[in-house]
Design a protein around this ligand. Structure first.
Ligand SMILES: [Mg+2]
Length: 199
């Protein structure tokens, strides 16, 4: 669909770009409705990859209610990092290292059983996240087997992402930036909701 055709189905909201979203806490566990369990999560990872494998260095996530999670893998072979990773990622590591099994459980608790994952150029990040659980079919029940990508959503539109003012290549900073950029996008373009019968 051309952008002109897309524009026919979008409504420009014309609001400012300030990150005015608020983060009302949504409790997890008993008494939480299915609608409340469904949560959008933006995430980012840093990793070492050699064309064959993707080795998770760090992961950061933010839920739409503002809760965040950050961890670094104690199992990453940091000695295999390329100079770019050494220069751009290593300086921002905090040493909050955990084994992958612990990170997997933490994120499962954090995301619940009906998450919607968003990333920015997210293909490698998604694999890094999924492999915390093993194979694709080992993902926690209820989780999507795909990632939503803001970069893909915005492709072909005239919208341009805001500049990131926090330190880049820190996974949590990058996840928060992705959420804020997504909020910008939604303030500019309100996509007509898809009726539930058509999903
Ligand atoms: Mg990053």
């Amino acid at each position: 669909m051309s952008w002109g055709a897309k524009a026919m189905t979008l409504q420009s909201l014309g609001k400012d770009d300030s990150p005015s979203h608020t983060h009302a806490a949504v409790p997890l566990g008993e008494g939480v409705t299915p609608k409340e369990r469904h949560v959008r999560i933006w995430f980012d990872t840093e990793f070492i990859e050699d064309g064959k494998t993707i080795d998770l260095i760090s992961i950061g996530l933010i839920r739409e209610d503002g809760r965040t999670y950050y961890a670094e893998s104690a199992e990453c072979a940091l000695s295999k990092a390329c100079p770019w990773v050494e220069a751009n990622v290593f300086p921002h590591l905090t040493g909050e290292r955990k084994n992958k099994g612990r990170i997997a459980q933490d994120i499962r608790d954090f995301a619940g059983d009906d998450p919607e994952f968003w990333a920015w150029f997210g293909s490698y990040d998604w694999v890094s996240l999924c492999q915390l659980y093993g194979r694709m079919i080992d993902l926690p029940p209820g989780w999507p087997m795909f990632v939503r990508d803001l970069r893909q959503l915005a492709d072909g539109t005239p919208w341009r992402a805001r500049e990131q003012r926090t330190t880049k290549h820190h996974a949590l900073n990058d996840a928060v930036w992705t959420m804020e950029a997504h909020m910008d996008f939604e303030r500019h373009y309100l996509v007509e909701p898809v009726p539930s019968w058509a999903r």
